[in-house]
Design a binder for this molecule. Structure first.
Ligand code: CS2
Ligand code: MG
Length: 401
């Protein structure tokens, strides 16, 4: 089998998605997600201008060799744009392999390690009462694990919807600026989780995302104060370029730590994992070079009792969601999968076989990934420039968003 053609599709059914389609001489094609929120066109150009010319004519079954060719070949390694482009190619190639062998991708990754994939939903509200209502709503929908975020006085915060609709971080136009204050946040979060546990009891798995906003010692304090509420994880407590920063957090709290949605290689997590400073690795297929690389990361993490908790925000397309569910079904050290449902428009552009029932998701048994792209419909939603917000402290200093 040979790759005969490949091209990038960019569509914006509510938000932007970059999809790579790879075609073969046997009429089978594969899809890969290459979406990098706020930097979509950079990945599209990397693919179109630099990657596609090098993969036409190759055997799509040689996923390891093609991965190494795209990673080592250009000399310049890693980085989110490069790794999302490699991810798009790799995901599409596994889709082709599955279709050619007439089997779902999870069977190529070791087969089913479980029947269903535990997923967590997002509940949020402008204040604690509204957040509690949203937790109740998601519990009613069947979710067994819920991430809770809520607004509070004195600061903006991450993860709270502006209006009645769902929370969606990127905004069309230029990057909006928000104001951030750490102290009211640190006082607020333990109160929020005390109320959630009081209302919903111990059984529900609870999660919280700090979104990289704390210093290690502030995160240690928050983790310690959250211990009575038994979170499944506290996510991205501090930016992770300084991996040993997590040692400080670990020394102060037993609240489990999740990190890695912005990582793009095993090296971003190497010290975090081998020193057992984290409990969940959140790196996704699209942003970390696809199945070929993420499987190695998961296998490495398994040695250190670190479980997977793949990023699953709406800025990862249904192609990535489908791929993630195959991965989650197969890897032994799966922990949990994030599920932030896409809009109806997006679901229509990407028809798929995955389903949700009673707090779990299922990849379906279609050959390959079980997801498609309706290119005619996609063409009705042209790309729209959009950015994630930036954060400033109350005195104007730029800080992590
Ligand atoms: C978030 C993301 O889902 C999460 O845990 O941290 O929504 C993140 O803000 C976006 O993916 C950024 O593009
Ligand atoms: Mg997050």
């Amino acid at each position: 089998m040979k790759i005969t053609n490949a091209y990038v599709n960019i569509t914006s059914p509510g938000r932007n998605f970059v999809t790579l389609k790879i075609e073969t001489d046997e009429g089978i094609y594969g899809l890969g997600d290459g979406t990098l929120n706020g930097r979509e066109l950079a990945v599209a150009s990397y693919l179109t201008d630099h990657v596609i010319p090098c993969i036409v004519g190759r055997d799509p079954f040689q996923t390891e060799d093609i991965w190494q060719y795209l990673y080592r070949g250009p000399y310049w390694r890693r980085g989110p744009v490069t790794m999302a482009a490699i991810g798009a190619v790799d995901i599409a190639l596994w889709d082709i392999k599955g279709k050619a062998l007439n089997t779902p991708v999870y069977n190529l990754l070791g087969g089913k390690s479980r029947e269903g994939v535990l997923v967590y939903a997002h509940a949020n509200g402008k204040d604690i009462d509204h957040a509690l209502e949203d937790v109740a709503k998601h519990k009613e929908m069947g979710y067994k694990a819920i991430r809770v975020q809520s607004g509070f006085a004195g600061s903006s915060t991450y993860g709270v919807a502006k209006g009645p609709g769902r929370y969606e971080p990127a905004e069309r136009g230029l990057p909006p600026e928000q104001a951030w204050a750490t102290e009211p946040y640190l006082r607020h979060v333990p109160t929020l989780f005390a109320r959630v546990r009081e209302m919903f009891g111990e059984e529900l798995h609870l999660l919280h995302d700090c979104h990289h906003r704390l210093t290690p010692i502030e995160a240690g304090r928050l983790g310690k104060e959250l211990e009575p509420f038994h979170l499944l994880w506290m996510e991205d407590p501090t930016p992770a370029e300084l991996q040993e920063g997590f040692k400080v957090i670990r020394e102060h709290t037993t609240t489990p730590i999740a990190v890695g949605e912005v990582f793009n290689s095993i090296w971003d997590a190497h010290d975090l994992i081998r020193n057992q400073w984290i409990d969940y690795i959140r790196t996704t297929l699209v942003h970390a070079g696809g199945f070929t690389h993420l499987k190695k990361l998961a296998d490495f993490a398994e040695l250190y009792h670190v479980r997977t908790g793949c990023h699953g925000a709406t800025d990862l397309s249904p192609v990535c969601m489908a791929a993630a569910l195959h991965f989650d079904t197969a890897v032994h050290n799966f922990g949990i999968q994030e599920h932030m449902p896409h809009s109806d428009e997006t679901d229509a552009v990407f028809p798929h076989h995955y389903t949700f029932k009673d707090g779990q998701m299922f990849p379906g048994d279609a050959p390959g990934l079980g997801v498609d792209l309706d290119e005619e419909l996609a063409a009705k939603y042209p790309y729209q420039r959009a950015y994630l917000p930036v954060n400033r402290k109350l005195d104007g200093t730029l800080t992590d968003w």
